[in-house]
Design a protein around this ligand. Structure first.
Ligand SMILES: [Zn+2]
Length: 319
């Protein structure tokens, strides 16, 4: 059984980037680096992980890992170590845990990224000591995870928590899932930029293409279209989160992903929409807050998968 001082090789796989890091099971990140993908085929992804992680292990010989944790942007089968699929790549049932074990000679644990981040909140963030919480991540897409009765709840096919596909606009924008008006189409980065343009905002900002982060900066300086864009952001998130809370009655909602860094500009609108849309008596004490883990959430998610996996093997899910 691993010790909390043991080091994990943490891999956070995103749609556009790879984060590689070394961290203790206690949740201290020792080093980390971000890389952009050269190509998104199974072979290219595995080759890049092997190259970048090997280099990091050579550069930090004092931090030799005892296990590998990997977060997957899509459907993961943690028990079989399979990356089942991702919407952005042609990946199907890639045995990534086995590949990494063969390459580095270490046990490997994988899991869906949002679910791994919820586990990280449970071990290291604001989900500590909370048996019922909802984790919502908003960046290029919208994901989520449920931590219920002190455990991650994954659902029948591992897809529980996909709040991004809750409909917030009747007959709205077409989503890649086949439905219309999904939260993801309005509240994720590309949706935020679209909302801003529809409200009269510019598509270029100081020579750079508009992004949710730049629009948030403008909102703080009082730009009217930017301010309204984040009012809408709070409204859409508030509607979907209220529906989830009416169903699940959690103690806490933790917002992660890039948008959590702009929480100050949509907090008021989110909370007023939320409290207008829920069954008040049952949910009046729900705490809604941004993750304290900030940029480290993904890597700590990978570490949390090892912590859970190692404990689960010994019949104790909570190490
Ligand atoms: Zn959808």
């Amino acid at each position: 059984m691993l010790h909390l001082d043991d080091v994990v090789l943490a891999l956070d796989i995103g749609g556009s980037k790879l984060m590689v890091g070394l961290a203790t099971l206690q949740g201290t990140i020792l080093c980390s680096e971000k890389f952009l993908w050269d190509a998104l085929s199974p072979a290219a992804i595995l080759a890049m992980i092997q190259e970048k992680a090997s280099r990091m292990l050579i550069n930090y010989p004092q931090h030799q890992p005892s296990a590998i944790g990997v977060t997957i942007p899509g459907l993961a089968d943690s028990a079989k170590g399979l990356w089942v699929e991702s919407s952005f790549s042609g990946i199907e049932n890639l045995a990534i845990a086995e590949e990494l074990t063969n390459c580095f000679g270490l046990p490997a644990y994988i899991g869906n990224d949002a679910q791994a981040c919820a586990l990280a909140e449970n071990y290291y963030g604001s989900g500590k000591g909370t048996d019922h919480f909802l984790y919502v991540t908003v960046s290029n897409g919208v994901g989520g995870a449920l931590f219920l009765n002190g455990k991650l709840y994954c659902g029948a096919r591992g897809n529980a928590g996909e709040i991004g596909h809750c409909v917030v606009v009747e007959n709205g924008r077409t989503c890649k899932c086949g439905s219309k008006g999904c939260l993801e189409m309005y509240a994720a980065g590309p949706g935020v930029v679209k909302n801003y343009r529809e409200l009269g905002g510019k598509s270029q900002m100081s020579g750079q293409p508009a992004s949710a982060q730049l629009i948030a900066q403008l909102a703080r300086t009082g730009d009217e279209a930017a301010r309204k864009t984040f009012e809408l952001e709070g409204y859409y998130l508030g509607k979907a989160i209220a529906a989830a809370c009416n169903l699940l009655n959690p103690e806490r909602v933790i917002i992660g992903g890039g948008i959590s860094l702009a929480f100050d500009v949509f907090e008021q609108s989110l909370k007023s929409t939320f409290f207008q849309s829920i069954y008040q008596k049952a949910n009046k004490n729900v705490i809604i807050e941004p993750t304290p883990l900030r940029y480290s959430g993904g890597l700590l998610g990978a570490v949390a998968l090892v912590r859970r996996g190692d404990g689960a093997e010994k019949g104790d899910e909570h190490v």
